[in-house]
Ligand binder design. Structure first.
Ligand SMILES: Cc1ncc(COP(=O)(O)O)c(C=O)c1O
Length: 363
């Protein structure tokens, strides 16, 4: 891949002091327990979440929290659906981008932001850059979801296709930001971004304080960190459960082994939760806090998409349906209780919808 070599080489020659990118391999970074600090930067606090909410509500109304009876009937518990798919960008990530950008300051805004994304973090940065008169350059994998790419361009972002997946884009975008003196915005190792996305769970608890559990999709982990931060901060006995695909079990493996794992490859259609590397800040925030991280199959994600559509008339992309797929798998544990599922995104292509309809059925 000559393009990959070229930007990294340019950075190497511009910064001869040595490589800036440290990849933590599974074999070299065993962290034996949750108390060991793997992240030396600041962590977001509940106060940050309230500050973020004050900023975000200047731009966005709270998303609906639905209680579809047909869905509750299928799961045997009272299900609340947090409709992040109805955000202007079609995903919860917009909350993080907005709060991040609001704290960047004039100098940062003038430099512009750079990010790596399968599309929804990128849309979030593009939307926020437009709102704050900044600029955004987003690296997306070859073959990225075309709806997400078109939306980012519509919002004025420069979109660069690069590499096979999010993790390839991450390295390239960091190098690009350094070379161009732009602000690199990590999709998970970023306290203000997590404080921003945490406002989804704050909104859930404000509307339904008696919720017993919340189910959250996991890619890099910002959404789950936010749910733990706001959820446990406001209601310590709230069960917070993260959901990954069996084909992309990075954060699950990291949590189980207390190791910053890095997988060689992934196999899931749900690009929003396809991340190969476990990141330091989410790991630090999650390992001692989250109640469970669980896996569901891609077939389960498709069934969840179809069931959501049939019972609530809502569209979820694969990642966006992970919370519901997790709740369905744990339905006996929460029988008769109040369960919130965050429908984290709705940027579903018709090709993927057609596959889901042809391959699976609703529950
Ligand atoms: C729709 C959707 N759900 C879930 C996620 C995972 O979020 P996180 O990377 O914060 O874990 C993403 C990430 O982009 C997403 O787009």
């Amino acid at each position: 891949m000559p393009e990959m070599a070229s930007t990294l080489e340019r950075v190497a020659s511009a910064k001869p002091s040595g490589t800036r990118f440290v990849i933590v391999e599974k074999s070299t970074a065993v962290v034996p327990d949750a108390t060991i600090k793997v992240w030396n930067g600041p962590l977001p606090t509940l106060a940050d979440v309230y500050r973020a909410r004050a900023v975000i509500r200047q731009h966005l109304p709270p998303t609906p929290l639905l209680r579809p009876e047909a869905l509750s009937e299928r799961l045997g518990c009272e299900v609340f659906v947090k409709c992040e798919n109805l955000q202007p960008t079609g995903a919860f990530k917009i909350r993080g981008g907005l709060y991040y950008m609001s704290q960047l300051g004039d100098a940062g805004l003038a430099r512009g932001v750079v990010g790596a994304s399968t599309g929804n973090h990128g849309q979030s940065l593009a939307w926020a850059a437009r709102a704050y008169n900044s600029s955004a350059t987003i690296f997306v994998p070859e073959g990225a979801n075309a709806l997400k790419v078109a939306a980012m361009r519509r919002l004025g972002a420069k979109v660069i296709h690069f590499g096979r997946d999010f993790d390839d884009c991450l390295l390239e975008s960091q190098a690009f930001a350094e070379l161009n003196d732009a602000v690199f915005v990590h999709s998970a190792n970023e306290p203000n971004l997590v404080a921003g996305v945490a406002t989804h769970t704050l909104e859930i608890l404000e509307e339904e304080p008696d919720v017993d559990a919340v189910f959250v999709a996991i890619g890099g982990g910002s959404g789950l960190c936010g749910a733990c931060l706001a959820g446990k901060g406001i209601k310590p006995d709230l069960q917070v459960i993260g959901v990954q695909s069996t084909g992309a079990p990075t954060v699950y493996e990291a949590w189980k082994s207390r190791t910053l794992v890095r997988l060689d490859s992934l196999d899931t259609f749900a690009e929003g939760i396809a991340t190969r590397e476990a990141f330091a800040m989410p790991s630090q925030m999650l390992w001692g806090t989250v109640d469970e991280i669980m896996l569901v199959s891609d077939a389960d994600l498709k069934r969840a998409m179809l069931t959501l559509m049939e019972t609530t008339r809502l569209v979820a992309e694969g990642a966006g349906a992970a919370g519901l797929a997790g709740a369905y798998a744990r339905r006996e544990m929460f029988a008769g209780k109040k369960v919130a599922v965050i429908v984290s995104g709705g940027n579903l292509t018709l090709d993927v919808l057609s596959d889901a309809i042809n391959e699976e059925c609703a529950w």
